[in-house]
Design a protein around this ligand. Sequence first.
Ligand code: C5P
Length: 420
Amino acid sequence: MAAPRILLIVGGGIAAYKSIELVRLLRKAGMTVRCVLTRAGEQFVTPLTLAALGENKVYTSLFDLKDEVEMGHIELSREADLVVVAPATADLLAKMAAGIADDLATTLLLATDKPVLAAPAMNVRMWLHAATRRNVATLRGDGVTVMEPDEGEMACGEYGPGRLPEPAAIKAAIDRALANPPTIVPLTGQPDFAPANHRPLFGRRILITAGPTHEPIDPVRYIANRSSGKQGFAIAAAAAEAGAEVLLIAGPVPLPTPPGVIRVDVETATQMAAEVQEGLPVDAAIMVAAVADWRAAETAGQKIKKDGSGQVPPLALAENPDILASVAKSPERPPLLVGFAAETNDVIAHAQAKLARKGCDWIVANDVSADPMGGESNRVHIVSKDGVDSWDRLPKQAVARKLMEKIADELEKRIPLERD
Ligand code: C5P
């Protein structure tokens, strides 16, 4: 495979110095990096530093492209596999959300047809300001992957969310975006869900598991189930639409990555468990995946052959980790932990038992007696220690949106965000 090409746009702000380390990490991983520095960015890092580390010309203004024969701005915006904005300042995010193109960086961001990943860095008040919340939510709705900033002490002495994520975390997000590019919202028309008119999950990190797992028996056979992943993917889409940073850990399903969602693909329950652990801490985790209960105790290195004797090969099983139950017990247990349960009978009684057994806060009990896995609608009951909230049968997207409203309200009660 050709080396991935990154167009890195470095905005202004004290965190710009971290872009130097990011370029080093990307180069070390064999990626090609072309850098664009905004005018404000130039106050913090020099083009020479980035050019030396990136081993590539650095562009700072539209005039750098005056000989359009060499490289036009349209070409520059499209030759990369991924456009990364780090640090993404409040000003850059606002311009991106509004479609303003008044310098080289913003012109490239408007002209590109490639996925865009933004790593924000700004003062905590600026990050929590209603204008930035709107802009980030608009960008996520447009399919831009906007990372949540880190929380901590800021250069200006204040404390809270707004620090640029560490270069290694940005590199990991770049790897994920390259492996699973988010769906780019079509040029005309809206995505196939109506954008919500408010963003109740802005500033929240949400982890979602979805789809089945495949447990290999030998290189060509596996144990699986009929989960389509549709409900989990609809939940991930609705969470991003509501403004959250969404990490979707998906079993093998041929579904497109919803706009603005960070996706990690896995095959087995063991891999899913490891990625979930890696994804913590989060504000809420929603475990929608139909994780296989068992895997083959031994995986054959070569295809198991019929030998003509009529003898059936033994298939010993081993139990898979219960991801939901172990997250519930972990020191990084999210403040809100939600499980799913597909039931055909005694739906609520089984869900109540599962709630206690798994140690989660809610079980979304899914009545699959009429409509088995893979359908387009769901009738769910949200079972918690406080009671049962039963919803009518609804399309999976509507279930997802309603669930996000409920989760946003619950998070506001459990861990209120400081808002202006
Ligand atoms: O035990 P059961 O499979 O019915 O539980 C369903 C819930 O537990 C779902 O939320 C599912 O994602 C989660 N689960 C899990 N790891 C397992 C089995 C189930 O996280 N090994």
